[in-house]
Design a protein around this ligand. Structure first.
Ligand SMILES: *[C@@H]1O[C@H](CO)[C@@H](O)[C@H](O)[C@H]1NC(C)=O
Ligand SMILES: *[C@@H]1O[C@H](CO)[C@@H](O)[C@H](O)[C@H]1NC(C)=O
Ligand SMILES: *[C@@H]1O[C@H](CO)[C@@H](O)[C@H](O)[C@H]1NC(C)=O
Ligand SMILES: *[C@@H]1O[C@H](CO)[C@@H](O)[C@H](O)[C@H]1NC(C)=O
Ligand SMILES: *[C@@H]1O[C@H](CO)[C@@H](O)[C@H](O)[C@H]1NC(C)=O
Length: 430
């Protein structure tokens, strides 16, 4: 099984920008799609959110709570807000065929033995905890004075996943140069409605050092987050032996630690659409993300796959393991009709989980509702990501930056059952 990690050539970056604009428009389409289902539930959401936020909010006051929530947080089950692979997961993993999964990147091939749950597998939970603690401490020194900094600015105008991958690159570049990464404020990040316009709108702060006022190109430099590609990744010494696939995923995971507000939003969405209303009560489940539309039209994906093509990948495996709950999401409403058809043929074997219900699009009404609605859509995206990250099995296409985010996060959480993708063949031919 081969997965491809693409190099970003200049050409592909230009193409990305164009696609970015297209996806941007699509975001508005989504916005409208989800609008009607939100109006009704929104006030409820906010009411439900507030107690949680108050409890966990970082504040400048010096009480115990704020110190706790601004520190590196994990316990036996969770790393920040994400649930780590547990005994149930590993028990399940034994029911699946073992594979050596290969993530090629040029001549280098990063391999994962899907059945190795020892610490010899680099995606072990111990390794993740070590990496996240290291990254956290690098970004949160006891004393910020006389440290070296890199101010990340100029976020890419592209899809959410693509933007995050480029920020991870900039973060990696800062760390390679022994610098603390900070975001320029205000930034130009499209995907948040808070005033800083950086990923800190929805994720925990990248650092607790303040932004240096002087850029002297020595102690403090700036890094453009819209040009980067990993030509020669440099890992910090402590992670020198780790694969690029592992290191990149750890950087992304660190950057995408959910803020209490974001987590509460995701949990609230789950409570609205899932019965029972908690994600923990739906295991084991499969998460399928079907990416189509612009990705296919602009030929980043060689073709759109039918939902049946995705189901054919995992159907036999999941039946052997008695898994029948499937979460499906897509920007393409049609997948749910396809699902109904498939499930009919399968005598209703599968139980469907989904989070959005109504999607009537009228393009003209989008423009006037920009920022606020876009912010909501991002919280929707992150709710989807939360559900996918929590899944036991993962299905999608890794030419999608969104699916790659999911793939990275599930690996960081210690879930090494191979990602099911219909794209293997296409990618191997490349
Ligand atoms: C671990 O942390 C998570 C999230 O913060 C929390 O929900 C859970 O109850 C904690 N578990 C234990 C065993 O403390
Ligand atoms: C940043 O966080 C670290 C670790 O929690 C702490 O030791 C340090 O005092 C904090 N620095 C600032 C400026 O708040
Ligand atoms: C964000 O900026 C607007 C306009 O400058 C200002 O009115 C508002 O108070 C700011 N919000 C926060 C939370 O700082
Ligand atoms: C760069 O900064 C370091 C301290 O961070 C200082 O020792 C050195 O002299 C500076 N170099 C230049 C060329 O300013
Ligand atoms: C799946 O369910 C069948 C029927 O209930 C049972 O016989 C079988 O042992 C189960 N398999 C697993 C792996 O749990």
């Amino acid at each position: 099984m081969k997965y491809f990690i693409r190099n970003r050539s200049l050409k592909s970056i230009i193409i990305k920008i164009i696609f970015g604009l297209i996806s941007f428009v699509l975001v508005f389409v989504f916005d409208f799609l989800l609008d009607s289902s939100f109006n009704e539930t929104n006030s409820k959401t906010h009411l439900a959110l507030s107690p949680n936020i108050q409890l966990n909010q970082r504040s400048s006051t010096n009480n115990q709570q704020s110190i706790k929530s601004s520190s590196y947080e994990y316990n036996s089950t969770h790393l920040w807000s994400m649930r780590l692979a547990d005994d149930n997961y590993f028990h399940l993993a034994h029911l699946f065929p073992c594979r050596i999964v290969e993530y090629p990147r040029g001549p280098i091939i990063d391999k994962i033995d899907s059945c190795d749950h020892s610490s010899a597998n680099e995606f072990s939970i111990q390794n993740t905890l070590q990496a996240q603690k290291w990254l956290y401490e690098h970004q949160h020194p006891m004393d910020c004075t006389n440290k070296r900094f890199a101010i990340i600015h100029n976020f890419a105008v592209s899809g959410f996943g693509s933007t995050m991958h480029q920020i991870a690159w900039a973060f990696g570049k800062a760390i390679a140069d022994n610098r603390i990464a900070v975001y320029q404020i205000p930034g130009n990040w499209l995907y948040g409605t808070c005033n800083s316009s950086t990923p800190d709108c929805v994720f925990l702060p990248i650092t607790n050092c303040s932004i240096p006022s002087k850029v002297d190109r020595n102690q403090t430099i700036k890094i453009n987050a819209n040009i980067g590609y990993w030509s020669k990744p440099i890992h910090p010494f402590i992670f020198q032996k780790r694969t690029f696939n592992w290191y990149r995923a750890q950087l992304l995971f660190y950057l995408m630690r959910y803020k209490p507000e974001t987590l509460a939003y995701a949990q609230n969405i789950i409570a609205q659409y899932f019965k029972p209303p908690s994600i923990d009560l739906h295991h084991p489940y499969i998460a399928v993300y079907v990416r189509r539309s612009d990705k296919v039209q602009n030929r980043e994906m060689s073709q759109a796959y039918t939902l049946k093509q995705y189901f054919d990948l995992f159907d036999a495996d999941v039946r052997r393991a008695n898994i029948s709950t499937v979460y499906i999401n897509s920007e393409d409403e049609q997948v749910f009709d396809e699902f109904a058809q498939i499930n009919k043929e399968k005598q209703d074997y599968y139980k469907l989980l989904k989070i959005t219900v109504q999607r009537n699009v009228v393009f003209g009404s989008l423009i006037s509702m920009m920022r606020e609605h876009r912010g909501k859509i991002i919280l929707e995206f992150l709710s989807d990501l939360f559900i996918e990250a929590n899944a036991d099995l993962h299905v999608g296409t890794l030419t999608s930056n969104w699916c790659r985010l999911v793939d990275g996060i599930r690996l960081v959480l210690g879930k090494t059952i191979p990602f099911y993708t219909p794209e293997n063949q296409f990618l191997m031919e490349k």
